[in-house]
Design a protein around this ligand. Structure first.
Ligand code: BG6
Length: 506
């Protein structure tokens, strides 16, 4: 009998896109609270410029800023932010269009009359076909609830003639209970379906590609489980320190700043089951399932690590330690480095550790996910060297791409095996720039596509993963371990893996 290949079994399932990506943009106004703040200047305004330039905003789109600055200064600040984002590509004609559609309300969050002025300004922009407003909270989370209540007080929170959406930035609370309280307030004002919680990592092309890698290819899914995967490492390493950010960062630390959100969202995408569709509801269903099954395993004195950077001089440049940064002193126990071990209690991942680490002032700036497969039987005659452990690496940034580490015969040797990488690079394969995360996310808010925004349930499930570790550290008598700026983190982070005979990727 001749064996035939049954193609129907080998062709991967086509991912079904959400319909929202085809929804045309309705006339709308983006209201940015904190329009001259750090986030707005560095990310939101450059993104709005790009969307304008690429003609992706509806013809009647308008931008409204709310803040404390003198009106005469604001237009200049916005222009500077957009110029900085666009670089050589900045076009006077695009700027003129933006300036024409820009309005500003000067006010403070505790003053109801500023919100009445805002309402009157918005009444002037409203399109005859309906009034659609997105309120972007580019402000300290301490003010989210207050601004929501003021919008409600002046009747801007709901309307029958158009949509209202509210966009909130992380951190969503400080722990599970404060996040729940904040979520309840914001949802009760706008309605749960109108709240967009930004995790800008989900706007990154390389993070979105995790689903394509896993489910649009037939190759990986059969191996994507505890039978074949030894462990997963998720690393977010930054060269920058916390200079100038003490007001936000002190008391927050690496775990709340990036692990509870960015890195646990990545973990969810790596570990979740295939969603039925890519709609916001189906995506969240699967992410909530996997995050609810995830927990940080202990004993935390062995499975976690926290650190603080110390001063160093490299190539003649002095980098201060945390204790010398403005706003900090030697008494802060805020961690600038954290490593945790997470396990997922389900059939697919039983016993597979997910090692997660994030740190500031490390030697190299990169974010990557490394999936290491179990070591295989050693090929006869390959000598004493260890058999290769195949590793699939997703380089989120920089040098975005994917590589697969395999063992190959060293040319000219008897049968000596050496690790080599098969490499895919976005820059080479797609020869066009990826849109910035905030461009995609702002557009999705205006479209009403919430599939790249974590739901309240996801956020609460993520707090439940990190809360026990944060509490353990908060109640511990020890201080964070010190690590030198420019290093790979504290020695205690290496011990988290070496106890089980593993090591972080260099
Ligand atoms: C933010 C954190 O969410 O992400 C910052 O608050 C961090 O501390 C930043 O530096 C990193 O973002 P990106 O896109 O540069 O990796």
């Amino acid at each position: 009998m001749i064996n035939t290949i049954d193609d129907s079994k080998t062709v991967p399932v086509k991912l079904r896109p959400t319909v929202a990506s085809r929804i045309p943009l309705a006339p709308s106004t983006l209201v940015i609270f904190g329009i001259t703040g750090d986030l707005a200047r560095k990310k939101l305004l450059p993104a709005v410029y790009q969307l304008f330039e690429r003609g992706l905003l509806p013809p009647t789109f308008s931008l409204l800023g709310f803040g404390r600055q003198e009106p005469v200064q604001v237009l200049g600040i916005i222009r500077k932010a957009m110029e900085a984002g666009a670089g050589d590509g900045f076009q006077e004609s695009v700027w003129n269009q933006i300036a024409e559609r820009f309005r500003y309300v000067r006010g403070t969050f505790d003053d109801l009359s500023s919100f009445e002025t805002l309402r009157d300004e918005l009444a002037c922009t409203a399109d005859p076909g309906g009034s659609n407003f997105a309120f972007y909270m580019s402000i300290s989370p301490d003010h989210f609830a207050q601004v929501c209540m003021q919008l409600k007080a002046v009747g801007l929170h709901r309307d029958d003639t158009g949509w209202r959406r509210v966009v909130v930035e992380k951190p969503f609370g400080n722990d599970l209970s404060t996040s729940r309280a904040l979520g309840d307030t914001v949802s009760s004002v706008f309605g749960p379906e109108s709240v967009y919680r930004v995790d800008h990592y989900l706007g990154k092309e390389t993070v979105q590609n995790i689903l394509a890698l896993r489910f649009a290819n037939g190759l990986f899914e059969p191996l994507w489980n505890h039978h074949h995967i030894d462990h997963v490492q998720i690393t977010m390493a930054e060269e920058i320190g916390v200079t100038g950010r003490a007001g936000y960062y002190d008391g927050v630390g690496a775990t709340r700043d990036v692990i509870q959100n960015h890195l646990l969202q990545i973990l969810a995408l790596i570990a979740m089951e295939e969603p039925v569709t890519l709609s916001a509801e189906q995506m969240s269903t699967e992410k909530v399932k996997v995050l609810s099954a995830a927990h940080a395993i202990g004993p935390f004195s062995e499975t976690t690590s926290r650190g603080q950077y110390t001063a160093t001089t490299r190539n003649g440049t002095y980098f201060p330690g945390l204790a010398e940064e403005d706003g900090f002193d030697g008494s802060s126990t805020t961690e600038t480095f954290a490593a945790l071990t997470v396990q997922i209690a389900n059939r697919r991942w039983a016993g597979v550790p997910f090692f997660i680490r994030a740190g500031k002032r490390l030697g190299r700036q990169y974010t990557e996910i490394a999936v290491t497969f179990r070591a295989t039987h050693r090929l006869h005659g390959t000598g004493d060297n260890a058999p290769p452990q195949n590793t699939l690496v997703v380089r989120v940034q920089p040098d975005a791409g994917i590589s697969l580490r395999i063992g190959a015969k060293v040319p000219g040797s008897g049968m000596e095996i050496q690790n080599v990488d098969l490499n895919m690079s976005y820059a080479e394969s797609f020869q066009r720039a990826s849109p910035e995360a905030y461009e995609r996310l702002i557009l999705d808010v205006l479209r009403g596509d919430a599939s790249l925004f974590p739901t309240q349930e996801e956020i609460e499930a993520s707090w439940a993963v990190v809360d026990p570790v944060i509490t353990h550290w908060a109640t511990s008598t020890s201080r964070p371990d010190l690590y030198e700026s420019g290093s790979t983190g504290p020695a205690s982070a290496d011990a988290v893996l070496s106890r089980s005979g593993r090591a972080w990727r260099p």
